[in-house]
Design a binder for this molecule. Structure first.
Ligand code: IMP
Ligand code: MG
Length: 179
């Protein structure tokens, strides 16, 4: 099996959409302070680009969750590997996530962060994958919707590879041509 990458979303498309999301967030939170909670590892590039487009005063924290291991299909169990460190109580909190597939990760994260009693909690997700969605999680800001497929690049990985690819690609595993 050899991996085949097909570009779905170009660098330019990502750049334009991230700027649009930042402008919308700036408008929605005008006059307020925001804490961005990036979900490691996948959201690190998206968060870095989005944060640099925001005019608002922001603080940045990270949480690391795991459900996938190195497989392409979720194990269904979400665990916290690194929790947030900033106090979130009475703060406006915006989760920054790379992609929603089954919704299990964001559903777990939402409940976990609501336990900190923030003033508000919203979710900004770069990609909303429409294929599965076992759990319905309200997404407040969405970069792109895709119908299906396994995506890599711009932070997204397959077995820890391809995160540094500047565009978003669909990965498929195909049999190598028989010689
Ligand atoms: P969910 O819990 O099934 O919604 O999965 C969410 C997490 O799985 C995301 O935070 C990603 O890290 C990972 N994930 C889901 N779909 C993909 C994909 O297409 N490519 C890479 N990672 C993915
Ligand atoms: Mg993730």
């Amino acid at each position: 099996m050899s991996p085949v990458l097909k570009t779905l979303i170009s660098e330019d498309q990502i750049k334009t959409r991230v700027a649009e999301l930042a402008a919308q967030i700036d408008r929605d939170y005008a006059g307020q302070e925001l804490i961005l909670v990036g979900v490691l590892n996948g959201a690190f590039i998206f968060l870095a680009d989005l944060a640099r487009r925001l005019q608002l005063p922001v603080r940045i924290d990270f949480i690391r969750l795991t459900s996938y291991g190195t497989a392409a299909v979720s194990s269904g169990e979400v665990r916290i590997m690194k929790d947030v460190e900033l106090p979130l109580r009475d703060r406006h909190v915006l989760v920054v996530e790379d992609i929603m597939d089954s919704g299990l990760t964001l559903d777990f994260l939402r409940r976990h962060l609501l336990g900190h009693r923030p003033a508000s909690l919203k979710i900004c997700c770069l990609i909303d994958k429409l294929e599965r969605q076992d759990v319905k999680v309200p997404l407040d800001y969405v970069g792109f919707t895709v119908p299906k497929g396994f995506l890599v690049g711009y932070g997204l990985d397959y077995a820890h590879q391809y995160r540094h690819c500047p565009e978003i690609c669909e990965l498929s595993l195909e049999n190598a041509d028989p010689q």
